[in-house]
Design a protein around this ligand. Structure first.
Ligand SMILES: C[S@@+](CC[C@H](N)C(=O)[O-])C[C@H]1O[C@@H](n2cnc3c(N)ncnc32)[C@H](O)[C@@H]1O
Length: 242
């Protein structure tokens, strides 16, 4: 489309309105928008978990960025790193039974939900996006489980009350990879087990941190995930070892 000055101005105004709206919208308003713009999907690696996702059947899938009423809706997609991690959790429930689990960058909340389904004692789904927090609560309701939620930015902070920390598909940016390489040794010293789910993202593949990661589980990613993630074909669950 050829943008005239008028239409560009329209886009700018639209984005400004969305930003303002995203700050002032209430939880109930987010829930209505999530219900309207997602479908409940089990078309992923953990079909035992139902999730509100933006799929190809949803009109937003085909929309232009400025028409999306959510700021960066990462939570509306179930990222392959999160999928492989949740699969591992559901298939190895005994490792999570009675544990205290913190899922950082929880997105749709699937890995947190998987750990609760596997018998974890306490689970917190953490994400700095407050729309994600509403989506996580709705996804918990769909699956009949309860997890705590937190929108605090805890990355880099000292953590005490957790046995296991999940990082599902959090190596999509080298900024995070660098942060984690300083932080994971400290978590490990504090007795926290860190599990990473990753589909082979570049910031992790090339990173020195990789020498401290031990593969616990590997599997092929499903067809739809290959299409959505530039052909990345294998998911791995890594455990950090100091
Ligand atoms: C790539 S998505 C992964 C979501 C989910 N773990 C999965 O695998 O489907 C990354 C998520 O991290 C969240 N995020 C980004 N920075 C964060 C931070 N500092 N603390 C917590 N969450 C953060 C984003 O809002 C987003 O939901």
């Amino acid at each position: 489309m050829h943008l005239t000055l008028g239409s560009r101005r329209f886009v700018e105004i639209n984005i400004a309105i969305r930003r303002f709206y995203s700050k002032s919208a209430t939880a109930e308003r987010w829930r209505t928008l999530i219900r309207t713009h997602t479908e409940v999907s089990t078309d992923h690696m953990t079909p035992e978990i139902q999730l509100h996702l933006i799929t190809q059947k949803c009109s937003l899938w085909h929309s232009r960025g400025e028409d999306v009423p959510f700021p960066d809706p990462f939570w509306a997609f179930y990222w392959p790193g999160g999928q492989v991690l949740s699969r591992f959790v559901l298939d190895n429930a005994r490792l999570f039974s009675d544990k205290r689990v913190l899922d950082i960058g929880s997105g749709c909340g699937a890995s947190a939900i998987a750990s609760k389904m596997s018998g974890a004692h306490t689970v917190c789904a953490n994400d700095i996006d407050r729309v994600a927090i509403e989506a996580i609560k709705m996804n918990c309701e769909l699956n009949g489980v309860f997890v705590d939620t937190s929108a605090d930015d805890v990355i880099g902070r000292q953590l005490q009350d957790w046995d296991i920390v999940f990082l599902g598909d959090m190596f999509y940016d080298s900024y995070f990879a660098n942060l984690f390489s300083c932080w994971l040794p400290r978590l490990s010293q504090g007795g926290i087990d860190v599990l990473v789910g990753d589909p082979g993202r570049l910031p992790l593949s090339d990173h020195p941190l990789k020498k401290n990661l031990v593969s616990l589980y590997q599997c092929s990613l499903p067809e739809n995930s290959l299409k959505e993630n530039s052909g990345m074909s294998t998911g791995t669950v890594w455990q950090y070892r100091a």
